[in-house]
Ligand binder design. Sequence first.
Ligand code: HEC
Length: 96
Amino acid sequence: MKAMLVVLAAAGALVAGLGYAQSGADVVKAKGCLNCHEVDKKKVGPAYKDVAAKYKDDKGAAGKLVAKLKEGKTHPPVTASDAELKAAVGYVLSTK
Ligand code: HEC
């Protein structure tokens, strides 16, 4: 049983090291999104709750927002991988 846990922990560390399976909440912290955003207050950028409310009826919102963040034209440029942006946007849209 103990050996099993060690194996699982090692696998988890490996996956985290590769940048996969990071939760959106971790990404917004690690990538500095929270320097400009808060979940329930407007800061430099809109509150994530307001973003979630704005897009609640838009089924394509996640894809659009990932594209917008990657483009870095209307939104300030961010440095995060596609997988990280997907996780972050999923998190933002879940904050409503
Ligand atoms: C330098 C400040 C800054 C940083 C860093 C930043 N944002 Fe923003 N964000 C803004 C501003 C300003 C807006 C409002 C303008 C806009 O919608 O593009 C915004 C808007 C957004 C929106 C709503 C876009 C829309 O169409 O309504 C989302 C989602 C978002 N940011 C996610 C993120 C994520 C995820 C990160 C981190 C990877 C991040 N932001 C980092 C400033 C920032």
